[in-house]
Design a protein around this ligand. Structure first.
Ligand code: PMV
Length: 333
């Protein structure tokens, strides 16, 4: 039996009558340490494996939604045409939640670049669900909001929670057991560095990229088994605050998933020359004894993982680095 997204949403929502005229909410972006790459159900965005991420605190999306006479969308102050990709994608998601005839004027403000492998869709869909939750007065649990966000964009399931977050693969056909949950670990010294090498929109969307990889890449076969082996290693490294183990596992997973993509046909290569230069810079720093690791997603940008104690060395090697403190401010900047 094929399950439609609206049927799943029906099972979760208590009603579809707005309680307010206006609501506003935020969700952070997240960077996967063990990637989600491959779906077992396209419509419900059910993954083939679990994944684990770190949420990016103040980098994310703030969404404001007003009940109105017509639909409208502004992103970072710019009006989006009704036939634009962003408009169509967001409103077909919002259609799952509203009755026909309810219209929304949406203002979305991103503190993270869109569609360049910096997880803007994750924070956008999670902030949409958080905003609707307030607008309709649903008072949904984190788990329900994670399931609903997942239907918009798989990685959005993880943007409901702060800190380290695990998205469980689940087994059920309706996806009610495929949601994300925060790990109960605070690591104040943990840093994520964002290197914006390009804000250009990617040529192959993550959805198309993962499907093509599953269909054509000979290297993909080993991916689910690798994740099964490495997820517990990452979980343990986070609980034990074993940074070397976390960094090494995350970088290897990132490189392994990029390898599955480059063996797809036509090949998917999100890297730009600057990405390679940056990765080699990271290798050099490590050879000099600085504990820094890299990860990449469906785009050319590189994200670095390091601890506060190495911040000066990392920042002087990469002067354009934007440093995120996922667990809040712990020292004078
Ligand atoms: O949720 P999507 O369709 O944007 O896919 C995200 C895929 C990666 O960013 C490459 C990996 C991940 O787990 O976030």
């Amino acid at each position: 039996m094929k399950l439609e997204p609206r049927e799943i949403v029906d099972q979760i929502l208590p009603h579809r009558i707005p309680a307010l005229d206006l609501a506003e909410a935020y969700a952070p972006a997240n960077i996967a340490l063990c990637k989600y790459w491959g779906k077992r159900n396209e419509a419900l965005k059910l993954p083939l494996t679990g994944s684990l991420s770190i949420s990016l605190a103040e980098l994310g999306t703030r969404m404001r939604c007003r009940v109105a006479e017509t639909d409208g969308l502004e992103i970072n102050g710019e009006t989006q045409a009704p036939d634009s990709k962003a408009f169509r994608r967001l409103f077909s998601f919002l259609d799952l939640f509203r009755e026909a005839g309810t219209c929304f004027q949406i203002q979305s403000t991103n503190t993270i670049p869109m569609a360049a492998g910096l997880a803007s869709s994750a924070s956008a869909f999670a902030s949409a669900v958080n905003t609707l939750n307030l607008l309709y007065g649903w008072e949904l649990s984190d788990r329900s909001r994670s399931i609903l966000s997942r239907i918009g964009s798989g990685s959005a399931s993880r943007s409901i929670c702060p800190g380290f977050v695990e998205w469980f693969c689940g087994e059920q056909a309706d996806g009610m057991d495929s949601y994300a949950e925060a790990m109960d670990v605070s690591w104040p010294e943990f840093r994520v560095g964002i290197l914006r090498l390009s804000d250009a929109e990617k040529a192959v969307s993550s959805g198309v990229g993962m499907q093509r990889t599953m269909d054509t890449s000979v290297l993909y076969q080993s991916w689910p088994a690798q994740v099964e082996r490495d997820l517990p290693v990452l979980r343990e490294a986070i609980r034990e605050k074993d940074f070397a183990c976390l960094g090494k596992t995350a970088e290897r997973k990132a490189m392994a998933v990029q390898a599955t993509m480059s063996a797809a046909w036509p090949p998917i290569l999100y890297w730009k020359p600057e990405s390679v230069v940056t990765l080699q810079g990271v290798h050099r720093l490590r050879a000099d004894g600085v504990e820094v690791y890299a990860t990449m997603d469906a785009g050319p940008n590189v994200k670095l993982l390091f601890l506060e104690q190495n911040r000066d060395e990392v920042q002087s090697a990469f002067p354009d680095l934007q440093v995120v403190q996922p667990f809040g401010t712990t020292c004078q900047d």
